[in-house]
Design a protein around this ligand. Structure first.
Ligand SMILES: [Zn+2]
Length: 346
Protein backbone atom coordinates (compact mmCIF):
# COMPACT_ATOMS: atom_id res chain seq x y z
CA UNK A 1 0.00 0.00 0.00
CA UNK A 2 1.16 3.53 -0.80
CA UNK A 3 2.54 5.32 2.27
CA UNK A 4 1.92 8.95 3.23
CA UNK A 5 4.69 11.34 4.30
CA UNK A 6 3.66 12.89 7.60
CA UNK A 7 5.68 15.09 9.94
CA UNK A 8 7.93 12.67 11.80
CA UNK A 9 7.69 9.69 9.44
CA UNK A 10 5.42 7.72 7.17
CA UNK A 11 2.03 6.13 7.75
CA UNK A 12 -0.31 3.98 5.71
CA UNK A 13 -3.60 5.56 4.55
CA UNK A 14 -5.42 3.21 6.97
CA UNK A 15 -3.67 4.97 9.85
CA UNK A 16 -5.06 8.42 8.97
CA UNK A 17 -8.28 8.07 10.96
CA UNK A 18 -10.55 11.11 11.17
CA UNK A 19 -8.88 13.74 9.01
CA UNK A 20 -9.36 17.44 8.36
CA UNK A 21 -8.11 17.98 4.82
CA UNK A 22 -7.23 21.71 4.98
CA UNK A 23 -6.04 23.51 8.14
CA UNK A 24 -2.98 25.70 8.75
CA UNK A 25 -0.47 26.13 11.53
CA UNK A 26 1.04 29.34 10.14
CA UNK A 27 0.47 31.45 7.05
CA UNK A 28 2.32 34.58 5.89
CA UNK A 29 2.05 36.31 2.55
CA UNK A 30 5.47 36.70 0.88
CA UNK A 31 7.08 39.85 2.30
CA UNK A 32 5.66 39.35 5.80
CA UNK A 33 9.22 39.30 7.15
CA UNK A 34 9.69 42.90 5.98
CA UNK A 35 6.77 44.12 8.11
CA UNK A 36 8.93 44.68 11.17
CA UNK A 37 6.28 46.93 12.72
CA UNK A 38 3.89 43.93 12.86
CA UNK A 39 6.12 40.85 13.01
CA UNK A 40 3.50 38.45 14.36
CA UNK A 41 4.25 35.87 17.05
CA UNK A 42 7.73 34.57 17.87
CA UNK A 43 8.47 30.90 17.23
CA UNK A 44 7.84 30.14 20.90
CA UNK A 45 4.52 32.02 20.97
CA UNK A 46 3.37 30.47 17.69
CA UNK A 47 4.25 27.03 19.04
CA UNK A 48 2.18 27.62 22.17
CA UNK A 49 -0.87 28.71 20.15
CA UNK A 50 -0.53 25.83 17.67
CA UNK A 51 -0.07 23.19 20.37
CA UNK A 52 -3.13 24.52 22.16
CA UNK A 53 -5.38 24.45 19.09
CA UNK A 54 -4.10 21.14 17.73
CA UNK A 55 -4.44 19.45 21.13
CA UNK A 56 -8.09 20.53 21.21
CA UNK A 57 -8.60 19.16 17.71
CA UNK A 58 -7.04 15.84 18.74
CA UNK A 59 -9.17 15.69 21.88
CA UNK A 60 -12.21 16.12 19.61
CA UNK A 61 -11.30 12.89 17.82
CA UNK A 62 -9.33 14.16 14.82
CA UNK A 63 -6.19 12.08 14.31
CA UNK A 64 -4.72 13.77 11.22
CA UNK A 65 -4.84 16.97 9.23
CA UNK A 66 -3.38 18.28 6.01
CA UNK A 67 -1.63 21.67 6.21
CA UNK A 68 -1.59 22.62 2.52
CA UNK A 69 0.60 25.71 2.97
CA UNK A 70 2.76 25.89 -0.18
CA UNK A 71 6.44 26.88 -0.19
CA UNK A 72 5.67 30.59 -0.62
CA UNK A 73 3.10 31.25 2.13
CA UNK A 74 5.16 31.23 5.32
CA UNK A 75 5.29 27.44 5.78
CA UNK A 76 7.36 26.34 8.82
CA UNK A 77 8.32 22.66 8.84
CA UNK A 78 10.30 22.94 12.08
CA UNK A 79 7.28 24.38 13.86
CA UNK A 80 5.15 21.55 12.45
CA UNK A 81 7.72 19.06 13.75
CA UNK A 82 7.45 20.47 17.27
CA UNK A 83 3.64 20.57 17.14
CA UNK A 84 3.44 16.96 15.95
CA UNK A 85 5.89 15.80 18.63
CA UNK A 86 4.02 17.57 21.43
CA UNK A 87 0.45 16.70 20.37
CA UNK A 88 0.75 13.32 18.65
CA UNK A 89 -1.27 14.72 15.75
CA UNK A 90 -0.44 13.28 12.31
CA UNK A 91 0.29 16.29 10.07
CA UNK A 92 0.74 16.18 6.29
CA UNK A 93 2.73 19.16 5.00
CA UNK A 94 2.72 20.38 1.40
CA UNK A 95 5.11 21.45 -1.28
CA UNK A 96 3.87 23.56 -4.20
CA UNK A 97 3.39 27.23 -5.06
CA UNK A 98 0.42 29.55 -4.55
CA UNK A 99 -1.54 31.63 -7.08
CA UNK A 100 0.15 34.48 -8.93
CA UNK A 101 -1.87 37.31 -7.36
CA UNK A 102 -1.37 36.41 -3.69
CA UNK A 103 2.09 34.84 -3.85
CA UNK A 104 3.90 33.90 -7.05
CA UNK A 105 7.21 35.21 -5.74
CA UNK A 106 9.35 37.33 -8.07
CA UNK A 107 11.93 34.53 -8.32
CA UNK A 108 9.49 31.98 -9.74
CA UNK A 109 7.67 34.50 -11.93
CA UNK A 110 11.02 35.43 -13.45
CA UNK A 111 11.85 31.77 -14.11
CA UNK A 112 8.53 31.19 -15.85
CA UNK A 113 8.75 34.44 -17.85
CA UNK A 114 12.35 33.77 -18.92
CA UNK A 115 11.53 30.24 -20.00
CA UNK A 116 8.54 31.47 -22.01
CA UNK A 117 10.65 34.19 -23.70
CA UNK A 118 13.18 31.53 -24.71
CA UNK A 119 10.46 29.21 -25.99
CA UNK A 120 11.22 26.76 -23.17
CA UNK A 121 9.17 25.05 -20.51
CA UNK A 122 9.78 26.03 -16.88
CA UNK A 123 7.65 23.20 -15.48
CA UNK A 124 10.32 20.45 -15.30
CA UNK A 125 12.65 22.87 -13.48
CA UNK A 126 9.96 23.82 -10.92
CA UNK A 127 9.00 20.15 -10.53
CA UNK A 128 12.54 19.44 -9.28
CA UNK A 129 11.76 21.57 -6.19
CA UNK A 130 8.52 19.71 -5.49
CA UNK A 131 10.11 16.28 -5.95
CA UNK A 132 13.07 17.20 -3.73
CA UNK A 133 10.74 18.31 -0.92
CA UNK A 134 8.74 15.09 -1.22
CA UNK A 135 11.68 12.71 -1.44
CA UNK A 136 14.42 14.43 0.61
CA UNK A 137 12.52 16.85 2.81
CA UNK A 138 11.79 20.54 3.37
CA UNK A 139 15.03 22.46 3.92
CA UNK A 140 17.00 20.82 6.74
CA UNK A 141 13.87 20.01 8.77
CA UNK A 142 13.87 16.33 7.86
CA UNK A 143 10.12 16.65 7.14
CA UNK A 144 9.00 15.29 3.78
CA UNK A 145 6.05 16.88 1.97
CA UNK A 146 3.08 14.55 1.56
CA UNK A 147 0.86 16.58 -0.78
CA UNK A 148 1.26 19.19 -3.55
CA UNK A 149 -0.64 22.48 -3.38
CA UNK A 150 -1.45 24.67 -6.38
CA UNK A 151 -3.79 27.64 -6.70
CA UNK A 152 -5.65 30.05 -8.95
CA UNK A 153 -7.42 33.35 -8.34
CA UNK A 154 -10.44 34.56 -10.31
CA UNK A 155 -11.14 35.10 -14.01
CA UNK A 156 -8.45 32.97 -15.59
CA UNK A 157 -5.63 30.56 -14.95
CA UNK A 158 -2.56 32.71 -15.68
CA UNK A 159 0.39 31.46 -17.77
CA UNK A 160 2.45 31.46 -14.54
CA UNK A 161 -0.15 29.27 -12.81
CA UNK A 162 -0.29 26.94 -15.83
CA UNK A 163 3.46 26.36 -15.46
CA UNK A 164 3.02 25.64 -11.73
CA UNK A 165 0.15 23.23 -12.45
CA UNK A 166 2.24 21.37 -15.03
CA UNK A 167 5.14 21.16 -12.56
CA UNK A 168 2.75 19.76 -9.94
CA UNK A 169 1.53 17.15 -12.43
CA UNK A 170 5.11 16.11 -13.22
CA UNK A 171 6.02 15.84 -9.53
CA UNK A 172 2.81 14.02 -8.63
CA UNK A 173 3.39 11.37 -11.27
CA UNK A 174 7.07 11.01 -10.33
CA UNK A 175 6.28 10.47 -6.64
CA UNK A 176 2.66 9.28 -6.41
CA UNK A 177 1.86 12.19 -4.08
CA UNK A 178 -1.63 13.67 -4.65
CA UNK A 179 -2.57 17.29 -5.38
CA UNK A 180 -4.86 19.70 -3.53
CA UNK A 181 -5.90 23.07 -4.94
CA UNK A 182 -7.02 26.51 -3.85
CA UNK A 183 -9.82 28.08 -5.85
CA UNK A 184 -11.20 31.50 -5.12
CA UNK A 185 -14.78 30.82 -4.03
CA UNK A 186 -15.04 27.68 -6.11
CA UNK A 187 -14.16 29.41 -9.37
CA UNK A 188 -12.03 27.70 -12.08
CA UNK A 189 -12.09 24.27 -10.41
CA UNK A 190 -13.15 22.55 -13.63
CA UNK A 191 -10.28 24.30 -15.45
CA UNK A 192 -7.87 23.13 -12.72
CA UNK A 193 -9.14 19.57 -13.09
CA UNK A 194 -8.82 19.69 -16.89
CA UNK A 195 -5.26 21.05 -16.78
CA UNK A 196 -4.02 18.51 -14.22
CA UNK A 197 -5.72 15.48 -15.75
CA UNK A 198 -4.57 16.74 -19.16
CA UNK A 199 -1.01 16.43 -17.86
CA UNK A 200 -1.69 12.86 -16.78
CA UNK A 201 -2.72 13.13 -13.13
CA UNK A 202 -5.49 10.64 -12.26
CA UNK A 203 -8.62 12.63 -11.38
CA UNK A 204 -8.97 10.67 -8.12
CA UNK A 205 -5.70 12.21 -6.91
CA UNK A 206 -7.16 15.74 -6.91
CA UNK A 207 -9.02 17.73 -4.29
CA UNK A 208 -10.55 20.87 -5.81
CA UNK A 209 -10.41 23.13 -2.76
CA UNK A 210 -12.83 25.74 -1.44
CA UNK A 211 -15.63 24.35 -3.60
CA UNK A 212 -18.04 25.18 -0.77
CA UNK A 213 -17.63 28.82 -1.83
CA UNK A 214 -19.65 28.12 -4.97
CA UNK A 215 -23.47 27.89 -4.91
CA UNK A 216 -23.42 26.15 -8.32
CA UNK A 217 -24.72 22.58 -8.04
CA UNK A 218 -23.80 21.77 -11.64
CA UNK A 219 -20.24 22.93 -11.01
CA UNK A 220 -20.08 20.60 -8.01
CA UNK A 221 -21.38 17.65 -10.01
CA UNK A 222 -18.96 18.49 -12.82
CA UNK A 223 -15.97 18.07 -10.48
CA UNK A 224 -17.43 14.83 -9.08
CA UNK A 225 -18.30 13.38 -12.46
CA UNK A 226 -14.79 14.29 -13.60
CA UNK A 227 -13.58 11.88 -10.89
CA UNK A 228 -12.11 14.29 -8.29
CA UNK A 229 -12.93 15.32 -4.74
CA UNK A 230 -14.70 18.53 -3.74
CA UNK A 231 -13.11 20.34 -0.83
CA UNK A 232 -15.90 21.64 1.42
CA UNK A 233 -13.08 23.03 3.47
CA UNK A 234 -13.96 26.58 4.49
CA UNK A 235 -16.70 26.01 7.07
CA UNK A 236 -17.05 29.17 9.10
CA UNK A 237 -15.99 31.54 6.29
CA UNK A 238 -19.43 33.06 6.23
CA UNK A 239 -19.06 36.77 5.50
CA UNK A 240 -17.04 39.13 3.33
CA UNK A 241 -15.63 38.52 -0.13
CA UNK A 242 -14.62 34.94 0.69
CA UNK A 243 -17.67 33.98 2.70
CA UNK A 244 -20.86 32.04 2.15
CA UNK A 245 -23.24 31.15 5.00
CA UNK A 246 -22.73 27.69 6.51
CA UNK A 247 -26.47 27.12 6.13
CA UNK A 248 -26.15 27.50 2.35
CA UNK A 249 -23.08 25.23 2.26
CA UNK A 250 -25.00 22.55 4.18
CA UNK A 251 -27.82 22.79 1.62
CA UNK A 252 -25.29 22.44 -1.23
CA UNK A 253 -23.65 19.42 0.37
CA UNK A 254 -26.97 17.67 0.99
CA UNK A 255 -27.97 18.37 -2.62
CA UNK A 256 -24.72 16.73 -3.80
CA UNK A 257 -25.27 13.69 -1.57
CA UNK A 258 -28.82 13.26 -2.88
CA UNK A 259 -27.71 13.62 -6.51
CA UNK A 260 -24.69 11.29 -6.19
CA UNK A 261 -23.39 10.21 -2.77
CA UNK A 262 -20.91 11.37 -0.10
CA UNK A 263 -17.89 9.58 -1.56
CA UNK A 264 -16.21 12.56 -3.26
CA UNK A 265 -16.30 15.34 -0.69
CA UNK A 266 -13.68 16.10 1.98
CA UNK A 267 -13.99 18.67 4.76
CA UNK A 268 -12.09 21.21 6.88
CA UNK A 269 -12.26 24.80 8.16
CA UNK A 270 -9.16 26.37 6.49
CA UNK A 271 -8.36 27.70 9.94
CA UNK A 272 -5.02 29.50 10.42
CA UNK A 273 -3.61 29.11 13.94
CA UNK A 274 -1.08 31.97 13.52
CA UNK A 275 -0.32 34.64 10.97
CA UNK A 276 3.21 35.75 10.25
CA UNK A 277 3.14 39.55 10.02
CA UNK A 278 -0.47 40.58 10.58
CA UNK A 279 -3.54 38.62 9.51
CA UNK A 280 -4.34 38.26 5.84
CA UNK A 281 -6.94 41.01 5.27
CA UNK A 282 -9.69 38.79 3.81
CA UNK A 283 -9.68 36.70 6.97
CA UNK A 284 -10.00 39.81 9.11
CA UNK A 285 -13.63 39.91 8.04
CA UNK A 286 -14.37 36.55 9.64
CA UNK A 287 -11.81 36.06 12.37
CA UNK A 288 -13.89 37.60 15.14
CA UNK A 289 -16.78 35.36 14.24
CA UNK A 290 -16.92 32.40 16.65
CA UNK A 291 -17.36 30.07 13.70
CA UNK A 292 -13.78 30.83 12.60
CA UNK A 293 -12.40 28.00 14.70
CA UNK A 294 -10.43 24.82 13.90
CA UNK A 295 -13.08 22.83 15.82
CA UNK A 296 -16.00 24.36 13.95
CA UNK A 297 -16.66 21.38 11.66
CA UNK A 298 -16.41 18.75 14.36
CA UNK A 299 -18.35 20.66 17.01
CA UNK A 300 -20.93 22.58 15.03
CA UNK A 301 -21.21 21.51 11.40
CA UNK A 302 -21.21 17.71 11.82
CA UNK A 303 -24.29 17.81 14.12
CA UNK A 304 -26.05 20.21 11.75
CA UNK A 305 -25.35 17.91 8.78
CA UNK A 306 -26.84 15.00 10.72
CA UNK A 307 -29.86 17.10 11.58
CA UNK A 308 -30.18 17.85 7.87
CA UNK A 309 -30.33 14.10 7.17
CA UNK A 310 -26.71 13.01 6.65
CA UNK A 311 -26.09 9.54 8.11
CA UNK A 312 -23.19 8.73 10.44
CA UNK A 313 -21.86 6.44 7.69
CA UNK A 314 -21.81 9.37 5.28
CA UNK A 315 -20.15 11.58 7.88
CA UNK A 316 -17.47 8.91 8.24
CA UNK A 317 -17.02 8.94 4.46
CA UNK A 318 -16.35 12.71 4.52
CA UNK A 319 -13.88 12.58 7.39
CA UNK A 320 -12.27 9.11 7.31
CA UNK A 321 -12.89 6.99 4.25
CA UNK A 322 -12.59 9.67 1.53
CA UNK A 323 -9.21 10.97 2.80
CA UNK A 324 -8.01 7.36 3.10
CA UNK A 325 -9.08 6.52 -0.46
CA UNK A 326 -7.63 9.79 -1.85
CA UNK A 327 -4.21 9.12 -0.33
CA UNK A 328 -4.41 5.48 -1.48
CA UNK A 329 -4.74 6.73 -5.06
CA UNK A 330 -7.78 4.50 -5.49
CA UNK A 331 -10.63 5.65 -7.70
CA UNK A 332 -13.85 6.50 -5.79
CA UNK A 333 -15.52 3.38 -7.20
CA UNK A 334 -12.64 1.11 -6.18
CA UNK A 335 -13.55 0.67 -2.52
CA UNK A 336 -15.56 -2.52 -3.01
CA UNK A 337 -12.55 -4.10 -4.71
CA UNK A 338 -10.25 -2.89 -1.92
CA UNK A 339 -12.55 -4.53 0.65
CA UNK A 340 -12.59 -7.75 -1.31
CA UNK A 341 -8.80 -7.64 -1.44
CA UNK A 342 -8.58 -7.09 2.31
CA UNK A 343 -11.03 -9.91 2.92
CA UNK A 344 -9.02 -12.22 0.67
CA UNK A 345 -5.79 -11.36 2.52
CA UNK A 346 -7.49 -12.00 5.87
ZN1 LIG B 1 -5.78 27.34 3.12
Amino acid sequence: MREINVVGGRISPDQLGRTMMHEHLVVGLPGWELDVAHPGPTFRDALAVCVDRISELKDAGVRSFVDPCPTDLGRDAKLAGEVAARTGMQIVLATGLFCELHAGGAYWRAKVAAAAAAGQDAAPYIAELFVKEIEEGIGDSGVRAGIIKVATDVGQVTPYERAIFKAAAIASQATGVPITTHTQQGELGLEQQAILTGHGVPACQLVIGHSDGSPDHHYHLGVIDGGSYLGFDRWGYQTGRYGRPDEDKIASLMQIVRARDARQVVVACDHVCCYRGSAWPPVDSVKDDESYNILHFVRNIAPRLKAAGLSQADLDLLTIENPRRYFSASAPGAQENANEGAAAEA
